[in-house]
Design a protein around this ligand. Structure first.
Ligand code: ZN
Length: 178
């Protein structure tokens, strides 16, 4: 993938709201090669350095359908989903969420309690994963990122009001940086 071979991995960092790329759908991954694996490794580094439990490629400025996750921080709980699709969801759970691209923002979000996701791993092999609790929440939050949907789009009016200051600060920081 041309886009990936030209990336400067060392310079990748988490991009913040309201960067437009975060609110656009990402492209399907077609090539499963060393460049993709190198991006995955770098994304794990960035996620762990930020104490995150999930990180989608558009959050480091790369608009492709890929996310990494680790609900516990233990080595054997980490995973990679490429071209993920939510194929089943049931139950409902309302829990507080945050997002590395929206520092300072926290809001309760209603999600499926249990989900099944079909995806490919970094080598392009098909897999089907079922998750509940935090794992299910991470899958839904990260797939949202690949569709350009953010926590701000999932908030209730009350959540929006409670986070008004944090969102205003992020908009001002973005304008000052640009
Ligand atoms: Zn997020």
């Amino acid at each position: 993938m041309d886009l990936l071979s030209q990336l400067d991995l060392a310079s990748l960092k988490v991009v913040k709201f309201p960067t437009p790329l975060l609110q656009q759908p990402s492209a399907k991954v077609e090539q499963f090669d060393d460049d993709l694996s190198a991006l995955v490794e770098r994304m794990f580094e960035v996620m762990y350095a930020s104490s995150g439990v999930g990180l989608a490629a558009p959050q480091v400025g790369v608009p492709i359908r890929l996310f990494v996750y680790n609900p516990t921080g233990r080595g054997d709980d980490e995973g990679v989903c490429v071209n993920p699709q939510l194929v089943a969801g049931d139950g409902a759970a309302v829990e507080e969420e945050s997002c590395l691209s929206l520092p300072g923002v926290r809001s309760k979000v209603r999600r499926y309690a249990r989900v099944t996701v079909r995806a490919r791993n970094r080598r392009g092999e098909r897999m089907e994963l079922s998750a509940e609790g935090l794992g299910a929440r991470i899958f839904q939050h990260e797939i949202d990122h690949l569709d350009g949907v953010l926590l701000v789009d999932r908030m209730t009016p009350v959540g929006r009001l409670a986070n008004r200051r944090a969102l205003k600060d992020l908009r001002e920081q973005y304008e000052d940086a640009g």
